[in-house]
Design a protein around this ligand. Structure first.
Ligand code: DC
Length: 217
């Protein structure tokens, strides 16, 4: 068990976890880990190397050679900044698919834990409080209705592409929620060790304040 503090924020896609977790980390001067970006980086590698998603042995080899780092807010594999490629929904869905496999999750466990070896940490994902840091000092399950999450994502994407439609976004969100919460290993969900925070009608600032106040209690 690490002597450093951990705040784990889990929840479904587009619940605002990343934005909120990053702000909490900044305010508390903790490090920040977006665990989803690890699964996304792996998905990107699997696609780039044209490895079949059923070829678990080769995927485990990719993990052992992955050389993933986070620098100045960017996600790097070796020296390549892959941040702009891994946000696509195609990668999110592939990350979710890979995340169903127990061996893959097992192989990513220690890497994730290493972020709390030398620093206090705020981290977000699906199982950060349940599996990766079960002894976390504070666990939040952050959620909002699928409709609200789709609307937020739609507004973000519309800034880049005016022709984007909300219906496929909502469909993707529902599909990914289903895949993440119905898997056998480390499913998306929460138990009584978590505080539930439904932010359907809350601002980012309200969520950040709520989490920090809970932590400082
Ligand atoms: O948080 P995100 O949308 O960037 O995560 C992408 C996918 O990665 C998510 O749908 C499931 C998987 N994931 C996971 O299985 N466990 C985590 N701790 C984080 C992400």
């Amino acid at each position: 068990m690490s002597k450093f503090k951990v705040i784990a924020i889990d929840g479904p896609s587009s619940s605002g976890k990343g934005t909120i977790a990053k702000l909490v980390a900044q305010k508390l001067k903790f490090n920040y880990l977006d665990s989803g970006s690890i699964y996304r980086a792996l998905a990107w590698l699997v696609i780039r190397h044209k490895v079949a998603t059923t070829d678990i042995e080769n995927i485990l080899t990719l993990i052992s050679q992955m050389n993933l780092s986070f620098r100045n807010d960017g996600v790097f594999i070796n020296d390549e900044n892959i941040s702009m490629y891994i946000r696509e929904e195609k990668i999110g869905m592939m990350a979710s698919l890979l995340g169903k496999n127990e061996k893959i999750r097992q192989h990513l466990l220690e890497f994730q834990r290493s972020f709390a070896y030398h620093n206090n940490l705020v981290t977000d994902g699906r199982d950060m409080g349940s599996i990766v840091f079960p002894q976390a000092n504070l666990k939040i399950f952050l959620t909002a209705t699928a409709a609200k999450r789709a609307e937020r994502r739609f507004q973000q994407l519309q800034l880049l592409d005016k022709s984007v439609k909300i219906e496929p976004i909502l469909r993707d969100i529902i599909a990914r929620d289903k895949q993440d919460s119905e898997r056998k290993i480390a499913p998306l969900g929460y138990d009584k060790t978590y505080k539930l925070l439904d932010n359907t009608n809350l601002s980012i600032e309200q969520c950040v304040d709520y989490i920090i106040n809970l932590y400082l209690l």
